[in-house]
Design a binder for this molecule. Structure first.
Ligand SMILES: [Zn+2]
Length: 464
């Protein structure tokens, strides 16, 4: 036994003694990382989330579910009563934030409103937590009371192993985009500016954190949302201090939406030119969520062969097989088209990033392109960004601080005093290789260690 292991052993023994003593006076037993007692995490390489150089041999203290001190191990004052957790050799990052997902629809081989139940939404929020995602933004596909109830229950700490569920409630879509078999079945149909304003007003008292809409002619097959309608949506949302996120990938639509004051692009725009870059410079608060996963996996999905262990742990074999059958695309012409689309997206996002445009990470996980495995897509998205030319530190910043800022989450996205103690302990450094974000040792949400062993057993049991 090495001295380090010995120390760790005695730290654990000491923690257990304190825990046993605490349980004499308190009904609910505590563990390191529990809210009530301060816990110091020592020795990790710490990536704060703001793109700055990591702190080697760090220390940080968590108390009452928040970070209370962050710094160097040899200088940070640690409360004498604190439990100590040795993280030597580990790398710690802030919990990741997914800016674009569709929660509650996917369940094993099926996807649809029929799966939108309390159990399935919670299952998705457990999957996010399992994968180190602290919060995920459902983008306009929620309906009924459930999303608001579950959002509030998770915030109140009733589901300690669940990630935060952010909801835009029902999105706003043109009537022709709404169909019972797509996720816009949840949307308010938009036909007049007055109706659009009224729909936004219905969402205000539900305290949605943004408004979602769609501007897309679906390959020329439908009449897309017109400027008079999206202008009304944007004006009404802004009058209530709400931001508007749009699904719009066409370059000309993107320019018109920027001029109209749009706040967030829910997907990367399909191509970028000088005029678009100039418009972003003129609208520095407008952000882009990456959502590169759908287009990229058509041409790049090595994690399917051999299947990555995190997928095997969480996804039904038949569902994995179905995706393997679709990718990579066998038809060479179709493959070439997909490759060209990815190359354009990659050039575009690295150009916007270099121009200083605010870029967050959205995965479109759980979406209807199919088999976008909840939680896992965050890790492929980080790899996609790096493959598109964004340095790993910037990609991590996008997935933490910037995503949190775009979603209005003041207490997430960074490891800093006062923020919610949501962090991921990794076995390897993602600055060396971004796929190291998949080497998850532990996840902590709201200062408490997520019971990943229990969750894993539940995912596997649920597949049968
Ligand atoms: Zn989406």
């Amino acid at each position: 036994m090495t001295e380090g292991t010995d120390m760790r052993h005695w730290t654990i023994v000491a923690a257990w003694c304190l825990l046993a003593a605490a349980s004499l006076t308190k009904a609910d037993a505590q563990q390191p990382g529990e809210a009530a007692r301060p816990t110091a995490y020592l020795g990790a390489r710490l990536i704060i989330g703001d793109g700055s150089a990591p702190i080697e041999d760090s220390a940080f203290v968590v108390e009452n579910a928040r970070f209370t001190g962050v710094g160097q191990r040899n200088t940070l004052a640690v409360p004498p009563t604190a439990a100590r957790v040795d993280l030597t050799g580990k790398t710690v990052i802030p919990a990741l934030v997914d800016g674009h997902s569709h929660i509650g629809y996917m369940r094993n081989l099926t996807s649809g409103a029929v799966n939108y139940t309390r159990e399935n939404i919670l299952d998705h929020m457990h999957r996010f937590a399992y994968f180190g995602v602290g919060a995920s933004q459902s983008m306009g596909s929620d309906f009924g009371e459930l999303p608001f109830q579950l959002r509030d229950e998770i915030l109140a700490g009733k589901h300690p192993d669940a990630a935060r569920f952010l909801t835009a409630g029902r999105g706003l879509a043109p009537l022709v985009e709404i169909s019972p078999d797509n996720m816009r079945q949840a949307a308010f149909p938009v036909t007049t500016p007055e109706g659009a304003r009224a729909s936004v007003e219905e969402l205000v008292p539900r305290k949605v954190n943004l408004i979602k809409t769609w501007v897309d002619d679906r390959g020329g097959t439908i009449k897309k949302l017109t400027p008079d309608l999206y202008n009304a949506i944007i004006a009404e949302a802004h009058a209530h201090n709400l931001r508007v996120a749009v699904h719009a990938t066409d370059l000309q639509d993107a320019k018109a939406l920027l001029r109209a004051g749009i706040d967030v692009f829910a997907h990367m725009i399909s191509e970028v030119d000088e005029e678009l870059v100039t418009l972003f410079r003129q609208h520095p608060n407008t952000a882009v969520l990456s959502a590169l996963g759908g287009p990229h996996r058509a041409v790049y999905a090595p994690w399917l062969k051999p299947v990555h262990p995190l997928i095997l742990e969480t996804v039904l074999p038949e569902q994995i097989k179905r995706l393997q059958g679709r990718f990579p695309i066998a038809n060479p012409e179709q493959f070439a088209r997909s490759k060209a689309a990815w190359d354009r997206l990659a050039r575009g996002i690295s150009r916007l990033s270099a121009a200083g445009v605010k870029i967050g990470v959205g995965t479109d996980g759980g979406g209807q392109q199919g088999d976008q495995f909840i939680g896992w897509t965050m890790h492929t998205e980080l790899e996609n960004m790096v493959m598109a030319g964004i340095p790993p530190a910037r990609a991590l910043e996008a997935a933490t601080r910037t995503s949190a800022e775009i979603l209005g989450l003041a207490d997430l996205g960074a490891i800093a005093a006062g923020k919610s103690a949501d962090f991921v302990v990794l076995d390897a450094n993602p600055l060396d290789d971004i796929t190291n974000t998949r080497r998850i040792s532990d996840v902590y949400l709201r200062g408490r260690r997520v019971d990943r062993e229990k969750l894993r057993a539940g995912f596997l049991a649920r597949q049968r």
